[in-house]
Write a protein that binds this ligand. Sequence first.
Ligand code: NAD
Length: 522
Amino acid sequence: MERMYPPRLTPGPLPRELEEHLRGLITSEATPTIPVEAPFDATTIGHVPEGGQSCVDKAFSLAREAQRGWEDTPHATRRSIVRTFHSLVLKHRELLMDMVQLETGKNRAAAFDEVMDVASTARYYAARAEKLLTPRRRQGTIPVLSSTVEHRYPLGVIGQISPWNYPLTLAISDAIPALLAGNAVVSKPDERTPFTALLVTSLLYDAGLPRDIFHTVTGPGPVVGGAIAEHCDYLMFTGSTNTGRILGETAGRRLIGFSAELGGKNPLIIAEDADLDKAVDGAVHGTISNSGQLCVSIERIFVVGSMYPRFVDAYVQRLQSIRMEAGFDWDVEMGSLASQQQLDTVTRMVDEAVSKGAEVLTGGRARPDLGPYFYEPTVLTGVTKKMELYRHEVFGPVVYVEAVADLAEAIVYANDTDYGLNAGIFAARDTALAAAPLIRVGGVNINDSYSATWGNIDTPLGGAKDSGLSARHGEEGLLKYTQTQNISEQRYLQLRGPRSLKRKTYASLMTAGLKALAVMRR
Ligand code: NAD
């Protein structure tokens, strides 16, 4: 049954009834003591409880009990719940975007990206889950004698730990395929953005998901997240590489599957045959989207040969005219950073680079006149290996740009990083298609900075090197939440041969048979 929600939110504390309803969805008896701040003006919009080990224990116990029934629920019922959820997300999109903006300080277009992602992921997996999970006949080793079928069953209770930068998308889009595959989920949103996660979960319950199939526990990362990692049957983590390593150790000790979607230091290459206007537009988009607090943001740009001065002039000019503001207006191009902590990190890294000789082409300063955590889009050049931001993710609207002699050199620089998440290349189509596979990252965008790989969800997307393990999207994005089971039947004759036949004779016959099969199946 669908609840009544306010159509929109206004700056300031959440409406009391909404806050109480959302808090009621948290699996916790603790008193609400964690304040949730609105970065636009640093006011408190509400409080959530600081959960601990006992809340996580309770969430898993209830989820395990409920999961058995959910696993046996027909595909059609699960599909229908997710399709209803899809409609509710679109129906309540304005409210969802208001909540996302209140909790993160991002601009409205970036908040809509989240709505669009959740809706398209729900639609995509609702349409495919049943087919992916239906037992699949595979080729037997010996025709007629062997038959083999691949079965899939749910793993049980999936643990999900997500960050604050995409609080709507990352709270639910990875959970949807897990639920469709028959699992329950225990989720920990970041303590800075819990209300967005709770609001979208409320829509999932309204769509018909049984309450105990999805639990949310709020609280500090190491405590609540650590406890989830100790309980779950598979861990879906999105966040920093440092936390990913800690959780990976737990997953390794417990021998559970682990998806880690981690940080990046993403390059953009502008080739000499690129369309200049498109390249500038794409670079600006990759710099300012979500105020640069996007795992797939562009932080390094390598421009080939004579394109450099033309590109840099136009790119810097465009960034200087960006409309930055606090508020829900659709025309605002860039919002705030999400917290004092983010502002401190961005300021520290830019100041350190400048003190060691980097040149600021534009930006390089906070804008307290716009809001407490605003920071200008910033372009640096002359960045060297001595500077922290040469290799480390800034996670803000800060990019360095360098001229390179040719495409081969651009690719060498692009690959000179411990990360391997995302890259973009602006070039004539043939140039880009030839260069793309040489960039060692999980996703390469041709004539785009990041949206193409994120938006085309039929292909799996994950990080290489220190950017992660496993992938989301595509078949893998659902099948990773299942256990494969090989059910094989050997008819008439065992693969080891009849007992009456001498081993040596059997080996000769088998060798001849394998040779014949190789010819037949060539
Ligand atoms: P973070 O690792 O500090 O926090 C992410 C989540 O993990 C939060 O919910 C946090 O409470 C929890 N957590 C923190 N320490 C924990 C611990 N010891 N045990 C268990 N849980 C713990 O990440 P962050 O800095 O808040 O988020 C930004 C990072 O996330 C950036 O590096 C960004 O690139 C990355 N990110 C990656 C993707 C992707 O898809 N690859 C998407 C978004 C963000």
